[in-house]
Design a protein around this ligand. Structure first.
Ligand SMILES: Nc1ncnc2c1ncn2[C@@H]1O[C@H](COP(=O)(O)OP(=O)(O)OP(=O)(O)O)[C@@H](O)[C@H]1O
Ligand SMILES: [Mg+2]
Length: 632
């Protein structure tokens, strides 16, 4: 029985059918070969060397069958020792040379592939970082990850292997075919008849196996997401609170059973595949022996020729199979490039201006001005902000109130230039934000968002993220001012305690105080505070309130207020409704006006100092203290 030699062309590519998604991708955004060529251009000499090495090792390996023939037909029958030594030495030399060449070839081609991949990966990463927030809200979370890790990572295996195995397979197939014809044209003709059905059969069996494997992978993915849904912190919270445990267990059991069945199928079809290959690889030489042995068809062929021919035949099989799948590998490689280029070609909609205004963050007073600002989210049917005119003097304290969805967070996002207004302008000290460098805007405007993002790192690292060169003393001072220091030192390892996944170990109020500490470290002139909407208990609320007061002092502050206590002392209260300003003034003025704010304030008073402009359903009044106690 004969196994095909792994040879230079023996590397299995991505066999099977062309992926429909790949075709669609290429139809939507075709790739130019010139652009791909440009990526590899700096390495053209190395690539030429790789091709030369591949051709050389294929050609060298063709010598073996001729050496075999010499040994069997001449050296052994005639007891020609010197020829025998030469031939055997030659065989050894061919294998050693071939192996060495393939090591060098792999080294060079992998290096080139990895260099190109590294370049693309870092380019995509920094390009995506420059995308505006709207890109991330419209892109599914996993997709970006998948492009950066799978698509670019896949380049090495798909692109480099496709290119090298293409070169190797073509040279092997052509070389072998020529050698076969030279050795015996009769047997070469016979191969033309025997090989096609053998290849067809092998491919069929392989396809069946692939189908099972694909189903297995889908089921495995199901199982993984079920484990994630059932056994992660957020997942288990949902399971326990919704009481979905038994349902989830049933689902898991079904998936697990399916997987068990599929594994049996997979094992069996794997066996079938091996069995077919074995039969094919034994049957082909057997047929050759038959034809060469029968007097009618032998044509006076020598034994050496027959053995040498059989060897060549075996070497032809795999490269031929791979070449049949070249369409698939090339398509999936092109689709990879297409996806990567698509990301690289995304325009940066919010970027640095060509001629940035000179801004010295140290000397900015901090006057924020909205002029006729209109804003509509991509794909939305109505404006989130509509004709906003707002002038916040330097150092003033403004409170934004309004029903949920009225546009408060959107207004805050425009101050930090997370979005550009659809109409009108937002300026700081008279300079349009679009004329400032993004780094200056970031230095000027601090944001404490409704939700705080904590990194999976120590508390200290989480705080230092806001100011990488902050000393430990600065960090501690900021934490004290944000009323979070005492809590941090009470943790098992103090400032070196690792924040759990997404900060689950911290309450909403604690996370927000961490965010405030970060802002204090950055010390921005202008502060946008989006108060947490969740109900806080009294002690926490007081601590958060004090932290917020610390954050506000000495800066222009726009507070998106959900609590009456925050609003009372504001220099101006702005009431938003469906993206428009409907009332503005100080607390007493607005209460006297008897409009929307007055209604909100009365409702809040009744339920205990808040919540302002929120449904009673979302913040149950029962969790709050009576107004009399709060306002003390
Ligand atoms: N990324 C987005 N894409 C499309 N529409 C959005 C997006 N973000 C917000 N909106 C819509 O814009 C409007 C204003 O939203 P915004 O978040 O500013 O409200 P809000 O006043 O902060 O509400 P809340 O008090 O609940 O925080 C809402 O109708 C909302 O559905
Ligand atoms: Mg909001």
């Amino acid at each position: 029985m004969m196994q095909p030699p792994p040879g230079p062309g023996g590397r299995p590519g991505r066999r099977g059918k062309i992926d429909k998604k790949d075709l669609e991708q290429l139809r939507e955004s075709p790739v130019s070969l010139r652009r791909i060529g440009a990526l590899f251009a700096p390495y053209r000499w190395k690539i030429a060397l790789v091709v030369a090495l591949i051709v050389a090792s294929s050609v060298i390996s063709l010598a073996t069958p001729f050496l075999v023939r010499a040994v069997i037909d001449d050296a052994i029958p005639h007891q020609n020792v010197s020829l025998l030594l030469w031939a055997v030495g030659g065989m050894l030399a061919v294998t050693v040379a071939g192996s060495l060449l393939s090591v060098v070839q792999t080294w060079i081609s992998t290096t080139v592939g990895q260099r190109v991949m590294h370049g693309l990966r870092t380019q995509v990463f920094s390009h995506l970082q420059r995308q505006s927030l709207s890109f991330f809200t419209r892109t599914r979370g996993g997709e970006i990850q998948s492009r950066l890790t799978n698509d670019i990572g896949g380049m090495q295996s798909v692109v480099t292997n496709t290119a090298t195995s293409l070169a190797a397979n073509i040279t092997t197939v052509v070389g072998t075919a020529v050698a076969m014809a030279v050795l015996s044209w009769r047997l070469a003709l016979l191969s033309l008849i025997v090989l096609p059905p053998a290849i067809w059969l092998t491919r069929r069996v392989a396809q069946m196996r692939r189908a099972v494997t694909a189903r297995q992978q889908r089921r495995l993915a199901d199982m993984q997401s079920q484990i994630d849904e059932g056994l992660s912190v957020s997942g288990i919270l949902l399971v326990k609170t919704l009481g979905t445990g038994p349902v989830l267990s049933d689902k898991f059991a079904r998936t697990s059973e399916d997987l068990a069945d599929l594994e049996v199928h997979a094992q069996l079809s794997g066996r079938w595949r091996m069995a077919t290959m074995n039969i094919v690889f034994s049957a082909i030489p057997a047929v050759l022996y038959l034809v060469a042995g029968l007097p009618a068809t032998s044509g006076g062929m020598t034994i050496g020729t027959l053995v040498a021919f059989t060897g060549l035949q075996g070497a032809l099989f795999r490269p031929l199979m791979s070449l049949l799948d070249v369409g698939v590998s090339v398509t999936s490689s092109l689709a990879l490039f297409s996806r990567i280029f698509e990301y690289l070609d995304l325009p940066v909609d919010i970027g640095d201006p060509a001629e940035p205004a000179r801004v010295d963050p140290e000397n900015v007073a901090g006057r924020v001005r909205f002029e006729k600002v209109t804003f509509r989210y991509e794909g939305a049917h109505r404006n989130a902000l509509d004709g906003i005119d707002l002038d916040v003097p330097a150092g003033a304290q403004i409170a934004l109130v309004g029903e949920t969805g009225s546009g408060k967070s959107t207004l805050g996002a425009l101050v930090a230039r997370l979005y550009d207004p659809t109409g009108g302008s937002v300026s700081i000290d008279g300079v349009d934000l679009r004329d400032m460098r993004l780094a200056d805007v970031a230095a000027l405007v601090g944001v404490v968002a409704q939700e705080t993002y904590l990194l999976h790192a120590t508390v200290r690292e989480n705080l230092r993220y806001a100011k990488p060169d902050a000393s430990d003393e600065e960090i501690e001072a900021a934490a004290r001012a944000a009323h979070i220091h005492d809590l941090i030192v009470s943790l098992p390892e103090g400032y070196d305690t690792v924040v759990g996944a997404r900060g689950h170990r911290f309450s909403g109020g604690e996370k927000q105080r961490m965010a405030i500490a970060r802002t204090l470290l950055r010390d921005p002139r202008i502060l946008v505070l989006d108060e947490a909407t969740s109900a806080l208990d009294n002690d926490t609320e007081r601590a958060v309130q004090q932290a917020l007061d610390a954050a506000r002092t000495g800066r222009t502050t726009i507070t998106i207020a959900h609590r009456l206590s925050t609003v009372r002392d504001a220099d101006e209260i702005v009431v938003l409704d469906r993206g428009r300003i409907i009332e503005r003034g100080r607390h007493d003025e607005l209460v006297a006006l008897g409009g929307r704010y007055a209604a909100l304030a009365t409702r809040a008073e009744r339920h205990g100092a808040g919540p302002l402009g929120q449904d009673e359903v979302s913040s149950p009044a029962s969790q709050r203290e009576p107004a009399a106690v709060r306002s003390g």
